[in-house]
Ligand binder design. Structure first.
Ligand code: ATP
Length: 494
């Protein structure tokens, strides 16, 4: 990370705290690692991102509906999905520092170090050896490589004195039932997708859905990430926005390509420069997938996955059919032009789009954050402004009486009361107008409306625009339309 990008990232993190977007969880108890809370502005921004996703996926598609499934599910679901046996990372402990690391990440860091030193042959060889060991699940070999390459503890630099490599399951577990012996281990879901799979026939039948159709869900997921780093990029409790699209077998490739494009367009509609995004194709596919692409964003610390588009075949539904002994088939009455007969019964194939809400939140903050130099020849000046898309801005407009007297607060409150039914507004009467503008710029409020003495005479107010800082005088009765037009979802989805 270069100095300036490092600086940008640090500034965004401290800005997020100072202005009530993100707080460390349990801060007064020195925090809980890799868990975060969203503050008064953070929750608004987060809700607006959710609304944008929900509207674009559910409201704008006749054949996609939403659900909200429980976090706790029958434990066999996680056996069927492969998470009990396979959702794990290879871990290794340093015996001196007692710190735990992901064995593959230690090796990846070493490969990156060889590359930086220009030792590309060594880097390539180690990469191949690591890939082979991971593919064969050869844990002793991973340890051998760590020792052979003299990898020390990255934090304490303690000697390469390492334990065996062990698989560490990322699922959190807990017990249901109050009486010992009667209880059973259940898991906090590590992804929201399984709640969709096990409900797919409930939704299909009760909603009379015809293939192709989709089911969308927004909700919490939990992973006991061992190496939690980079703020809200990798958390132990996070939120996903997932959509599973059920298609006829054989058509999955076309749908996969369609969703890959559709999802990138969703990101770009927010005005993010195209070069900030890239696709990353998975070469090594998960056991359930026949194609997978990530959408990556150029964070200050490099390109990182924000969203995954996966062609999951019929793996999950077939597994649930096998484990639950319930039919997961769909009857497709449409006539196959090749045979002249209905397509009939089959287990649908699934295309998944899965985006991390918290990563989307962070990239939105990073994109929007600007320290703007406003200096003139006479004086130095600057402001911190969040250039959030108006649809995402936590507060749509702030209403200021110019002074605290002469009936101006009453007039401002009257205007506010009319508008607050439709928009999230803030009322501020403390400090000079300039200071109030700066506070609103810092949380990304698109409009500041000032009520002055003239307002009492002719019902006009000044409206100041966040991005241009231009001011104009408008009739207070027109505010509903002016604000409404700028924050309309039509601007993103129309
Ligand atoms: P990574 O490789 O970064 O661990 P992943 O491939 O395991 O991610 P998926 O299982 O595909 O991630 O989950 C879908 C999305 O959920 C990711 O694209 C990411 O945005 C988000 N996500 C996954 N793990 C976390 C986490 N620990 N904290 C925050 N967001 C996460």
């Amino acid at each position: 990370m270069s100095n300036s990008t490092d600086e940008l990232f640090k500034n965004v993190i401290s800005h997020a705290k100072e202005y009530g977007f993100v707080f460390q969880s349990s801060e007064i108890y020195d925090g809980l690692s890799a868990v975060y809370d969203y503050g008064q502005n953070g929750v608004e921004l987060k809700n607006n991102i959710k609304t944008y996703w929900w509207k674009s996926m559910v409201q704008m598609h006749d054949n996609i509906v939403g659900i909200d499934s429980a976090i706790f599910m029958h434990p066999t679901i996680w056996k069927a999905s492969g998470h009990v046996d396979g959702f794990s990372d290879p871990m290794i402990d340093n015996k001196v520092s007692k710190k735990r690391y992901r064995a593959d990440q230690l090796l990846e860091d070493k490969i990156a170090a060889y590359d930086t030193e220009g030792k590309t042959d060594k880097a390539e060889l180690l990469q191949t050896e690591m890939d082979t060991a991971l593919k064969n699940e050869d844990l002793p070999r991973l340890r051998e490589l760590i020792i052979a390459h003299e990898i020390a503890d990255p934090n304490s630099k303690d000697k390469p004195d390492w334990t065996e490599v062990r698989q560490f399951n990322l699922m959190f577990s807990t017990q249901v039932g109050a009486i010992a012996g009667e209880s059973e281990t259940i898991y906090l879901r590590p992804e929201t997708a399984q709640g969709i799979f096990v409900n797919y026939l409930n939704v299909q039948k009760s909603g009379r859905m015809k293939i192709p159709f989709g089911i969308a869900q927004i909700g919490k997921a939990f992973r006991n990430e061992v190496v939690a780093r980079q703020f809200i990029i990798r958390m132990r409790e996070f939120e996903q926005m997932e959509m599973q699209y059920f298609v006829r077998p054989g058509t999955q490739k076309d749908w996969f390509n369609k969703w890959k494009e559709t999802r990138l367009k969703w990101h770009l509609a927010l005005g993010t420069p195209e070069e900030k995004y890239r696709y990353h194709e998975h070469v090594k596919l998960a056991h359930y997938a026949d194609a997978a692409f990530d959408i990556e964003f150029d964070f200050p610390f490099g390109f990182k996955e924000v969203e995954g588009i996966h062609s999951r075949t019929d793996f999950d539904l077939s597994q649930h059919e096998q484990f639950s002994r319930k039919k997961m088939q769909y009857f497709d009455p449409e006539v196959d032009p090749e045979t002249g007969k209905p397509f009939g019964n089959y287990i649908p194939y699934v295309i998944e789009t899965s985006i991390g809400l918290d990563r989307m939140f962070l990239l939105t903050m990073i994109n929007a954050f600007e320290e703007e130099d406003l200096s003139t020849e006479e004086r130095q000046d600057s402001r911190t402004v969040l250039r959030l898309h108006p649809c995402l801005a936590p507060v749509k407009a702030a209403i200021f009486p110019l002074t605290k007297k002469d009936g101006l607060p009453e007039k401002a409150t009257e205007i506010m009361d009319k508008l607050k039914v439709n928009f999230n507004l803030q009322y501020e009467e403390k400090d000079a107008i300039g200071k109030r503008y700066r506070r609103q710029d810092a949380i990304g409020t698109p409009f500041c409306i000032t009520v002055d003495h003239q307002s009492l005479e002719d019902n006009t107010v000044t409206i100041r625009h966040r991005d241009t800082m231009a001011q104009e005088r408008v009739n207070a009765d027109d505010l509903e339309k002016i604000i409404g037009d700028l924050v309309s979802w039509k601007n993103l989805l129309g």
